[in-house]
Design a protein around this ligand. Structure first.
Ligand code: BTN
Length: 324
C-alpha cells in the first residue's frame, strides 16, 4: 500500500476533529511526525487552499467548511468503482474534459475529477454551467466501457438519482427529479447531470458530469428557470466533502446496477422522486416536438409519452428537453 503523505495524514486528523483545536504535540504524536515535518505539512495544506487557525495555546484547527480535498473524499469511501481515485483542481476549463482526457492514465476507471471553478463549464445543449469559484460541487466521473455495458440513458437517470440520494444522506433534504437530468429542491434547480460518451484512449468511455449548487446558486439573469442551493435551504454554509462522498457512494451503487442490467430498483427509486407521471408535457426531441401525457420514465428507453395523436412514444434523454 502506498504510504500516505504527511500533509494528507495531518489533513485527515484535523478534519476528523471538526471545529476543535489540535494541540501540536498531540497532532505530532497521532501522525508520528516530528514538529518540524508537521510544520511543513501544515504549510502544504495552506498552499492547497485550506484555511488554518493557529494558536500558541490551543494548537491548530481547520476552519470549516473545508474545501474538497482528494484525501478527505477518498478516505474510507469503500466504493467498488466510482471515486477510487479522486483529483481536485483549483480551476479547469471543464471537469468533463479533464476526466475524458485521463482515460489512458493507470487506474482511470472510476476517477472522480473535482474543481473549484470552471472556465468553460457546460450544461446540456452547449449551455453554460455557471458556478461562483469555491462554492459548489463541480465533479465528473470517468467510466471506461470497452464492453459497452453502460448506456447513456440509464446513466443519466442514475446520475440524477445518485445526486438526490446523496444529498438526502448528507443533509436530510428531500430532492425531486425532473426528467431527464434535473435535480430540484423546493421547485428550484439544484443540480444538473451531463453524461457524455467519448471514443478514444482505451476505447469507449463515459463521463458523468455533475454540478450541484451547494453554497451558491448562479445569478438569476443567467438562467432559464429558478435555481437554488443547499445553503439557502439549510440556512448555513454546507461542507462539500460529505456531499461529494455521499454522491460518489450512491453513484457507485447505481452504476453497478446499470452495468449488471438490473435497472428495476433504479426505475422504482427514481419514480418515487418524480412528480411528472400523468402530467401533460410538450417535449422537444431532436428536431420534433411532441405533446402528451407522461406514462413512465424508463431507465432503458426514456420518457414514455401518450401523445395527443394517439401514439405511444419512448423519447430518449439525449437530445430531449421539456418545453412546457
Ligand atoms: C445541465 O443541467 O445542463 C447539466 C449541467 C452539468 C454541469 C456539470 S459541472 C461539472 C461537469 N463539468 C461540466 O463542464 N459540466 C458538468
Amino acid at each position: 500500500m502506498e504510504a500516505m503523505n504527511s500533509a494528507n495524514l495531518v489533513a485527515l486528523q484535523l478534519y476528523q476533529r471538526k471545529e476543535g483545536f489540535f494541540p501540536f504535540s498531540e497532532l505530532a504524536a497521532r501522525t508520528r511526525l516530528d514538529l518540524r515535518v508537521l510544520d511543513v505539512a501544515l504549510e502544504a495544506l495552506r498552499l492547497r487552499g485550506h484555511r488554518l487557525e493557529r494558536s500558541p495555546i490551543h494548537g491548530v484547527r481547520l476552519i470549516r467548511p473545508v474545501r474538497p480535498d482528494a484525501c478527505l473524499i477518498e478516505q474510507g469511501l469503500e466504493t467498488r468503482r466510482v471515486g477510487r481515485n479522486v483529483i481536485c483542481f483549483d480551476e479547469v476549463d471543464s471537469t468533463n474534459d479533464i476526466a475524458a482526457d485521463s482515460a489512458r492514465q493507470p487506474n482511470a476507471d472510476g476517477l472522480a475529477v473535482l474543481a473549484e471553478s470552471q472556465r468553460q463549464g457546460r450544461g446540456r445543449f452547449g449551455r453554460q454551467w455557471l458556478s461562483p469559484p469555491g462554492t459548489n460541487i463541480l465533479m465528473s466521473v470517468l467510466l471506461l466501457d470497452a464492453e459497452h455495458h453502460l448506456a447513456h440513458e440509464p446513466l443519466t437517470i442514475a446520475g440524477g438519482l445518485a445526486v438526490a440520494e446523496g444529498i438526502e444522506e448528507a443533509t436530510g433534504l428531500w430532492c425531486e427529479l425532473k426528467w431527464p437530468n434535473d435535480v430540484l429542491l423546493d421547485g428550484g434547480k439544484l443540480s444538473g447531470v451531463l453524461v457524455e460518451v467519448r471514443q478514444g484512449g482505451p476505447g469507449r468511455c463515459i463521463v458523468v458530469g455533475i454540478g450541484v449548487n451547494v453554497n451558491a446558486a448562479p445569478p438569476s439573469h443567467d438562467l432559464t428557470g429558478p435555481a437554488t442551493c443547499l445553503a439557502d435551504s439549510l440556512g448555513e454554509p454546507v461542507e462539500r466533502v460529505e456531499v461529494a462522498r455521499a454522491l460518489l457512494r450512491r453513484l457507485d451503487r447505481w452504476v453497478e446496477a446499470v452495468e449488471a442490467g438490473d435497472t428495476e430498483p433504479l426505475h422504482a427509486r427514481w419514480l418515487e422522486r418524480c412528480r411528472m407521471l400523468n402530467e401533460r408535457l410538450t417535449v422537444r426531441s431532436g428536431d420534433s416536438v411532441y405533446a402528451g401525457r407522461v406514462l413512465d420514465v424508463c431507465p432503458r428507453n426514456g420518457l414514455v409519452l401518450a401523445c395527443d395523436d394517439g401514439r405511444r412514444l419512448h423519447l430518449p434523454a439525449e437530445g430531449a428537453t421539456i418545453l412546457t
